[in-house]
Design a protein around this ligand. Structure first.
Ligand SMILES: [Zn+2]
Length: 90
């Protein structure tokens, strides 16, 4: 315990930072489709995330946001987590 600081402000859904306006713009830019698999996105099942994570220099800008379906979002999170797990291994 206490050593789990590998992924600081990690790939957390920046729900606190994204506004309705930004969500609308991102969705419109993607024609209301998932950035990962192109599936149509519905209001209740859309996840917003950063293409370039904050820990890698990504900013909370409209251009850096993307909308994903729950499936792609989970895959993305898992990929980042795996990468961190590997990086932190001695
Ligand atoms: Zn998807």
């Amino acid at each position: 315990m206490g050593m789990e600081q590998g992924a600081p402000q990690e790939v957390h859904i920046p729900g606190a930072y994204i506004t309705d306006e930004v969500m609308r713009i991102v969705l419109e830019r993607q024609c209301h489709r998932c950035a990962g698999c192109n599936a149509p996105l519905t209001a209740g099942s859309t996840h917003f995330d950063l293409r370039q994570p904050v820990i890698r220099g990504g900013a909370h800008t409209i251009g850096n946001f993307q909308a994903l379906c729950p499936f792609c979002h989970r895959n993305l999170m898992r990929r980042f987590r795996d990468r961190f797990a590997r990086m932190n291994r001695p």
